[in-house]
Design a protein around this ligand. Structure first.
Ligand code: ZN
Length: 71
């Protein structure tokens, strides 16, 4: 997966179900990865892990869907 996402938006499955934008019901997204640090990581009590979140940015309206890695 590219750090800066891919030029074309893609359809994304979450737990085997196609992800729809919560705002506009679009179904294609740009993948981005974001390093959590500072206040955000502290909020999730994860400052020890320097976690990376996956962001799926709606290709239509730009709404960002955040996913934290599991396990
Ligand atoms: Zn949208």
């Amino acid at each position: 997966m590219s750090i800066f996402g891919q030029p074309e938006p893609e359809e994304v499955d979450v737990l085997g179900r196609p992800l729809r934008c919560q705002v506009c019901s679009n179904h294609t997204f740009h993948r981005q990865q974001a390093q959590l640090h500072g206040g955000v990581a502290t909020f999730f009590n994860m400052e020890w892990a320097s976690p990376t979140a996956e962001c799926l940015v709606c290709s239509a309206c730009g709404y960002i869907h955040w996913f934290l890695p599991r396990g």
